[in-house]
Design a protein around this ligand. Structure first.
Ligand code: BTN
Length: 247
């Protein structure tokens, strides 16, 4: 992983570059990093603020031999990698909010965007986009996200060397990915649940059609969130948001 690293000072989105490279046969493990993105993308067609030299904006190309419906496992895997780095290397106490947000003190410091190109029942490639707010001061965060976002600097009171952080992320990623190929998703599932935000608690789940209260019980093999609703049924949630209070 990371044998080939493409670095851009400024780009629209590292996801775009990674898609271009992947369609032109870039190897598994190719990494694209930018100092700044002018059109950073988040989940659910949202924008992702990616100001210059404040954070880690990177995309990793993977060519996994798993069926397309299991691709969400890679998002959950990536979340455990980021949580591990923050916990083990930076001594922080991260939580993972399903499916892909890394929280520190209940505020989002990192997000993951997984995009896949598949044909029939085969994955051509997956692009895992990782955004981490690293050296932002409170004022560097866009106004509309200030109440719910944070950065490593805000949480720790010091600046972090982003090159070192990227190296650690790639090392942990490689190791975790090998474990995943060897032992399957159960290792990831267990770890994910140990970091899981509000697992075992009642929260609100917003899906396309409604908002309902439910207890989050864990995650399924296919990456779905398992939620126990007030009528006692356990359902899989594939798309939606938890802990949703109307914003
Ligand atoms: C989210 O939480 O909504 C996902 C955010 C993902 C942001 C990263 S930054 C690097 C890569 N390039 C993008 O345009 N998006 C991802």
């Amino acid at each position: 992983l990371g044998k080939s690293i493409i670095h851009k000072e400024s780009t629209t989105s590292t996801q775009h570059i990674a898609h271009d490279l992947a369609t032109n046969h870039a190897d598994h493990g190719t990494v694209v990093i930018a100092d700044e993105q002018t059109a950073g993308k988040g989940r659910l067609s949202r924008a992702w603020y990616s100001s210059k030299n404040k954070g880690i904006w990177m995309s990793i190309i993977l060519r996994p031999s798993i069926p397309p419906y299991l691709a969400p496992q890679l998002t959950l895997l990536t979340a455990t990698v980021l949580a591990d780095v923050l916990k083990k290397e930076l001594k922080l106490n991260p939580k993972i909010k399903w499916p892909n947000d890394i929280l520190l003190q209940d505020k989002k410091t990192s997000g993951i965007l997984t995009e896949m190109q598949a044909e029939q029942d085969r994955i051509q490639y997956v692009v895992i986009g990782i955004g981490i707010n690293v050296n932002h001061e409170p004022d560097d965060l866009a106004e509309d996200i200030q109440s719910k976002a944070t950065s490593l600097k805000i949480e720790t009171g010091k600046s972090w060397n982003m090159t070192e952080l990227i190296q650690q992320i790639l090392l942990y990623f490689e190791k975790t990915y090998e474990d995943f190929l060897d032992k399957g998703f159960s290792v990831i599932k267990e770890k994910w649940e140990s970091y899981g935000y509000r697992i075992g608690e009642v929260t609100s789940i917003k899906t396309f059609h409604d908002v309902q209260r439910a207890v989050l019980t864990g995650i399924a093999e296919d990456g779905a969130l398992l939620a126990k609703y007030e009528d006692g049924t356990i359902k899989k949630v594939y798309s939606g948001e938890i802990d949703w209070f109307g914003n």
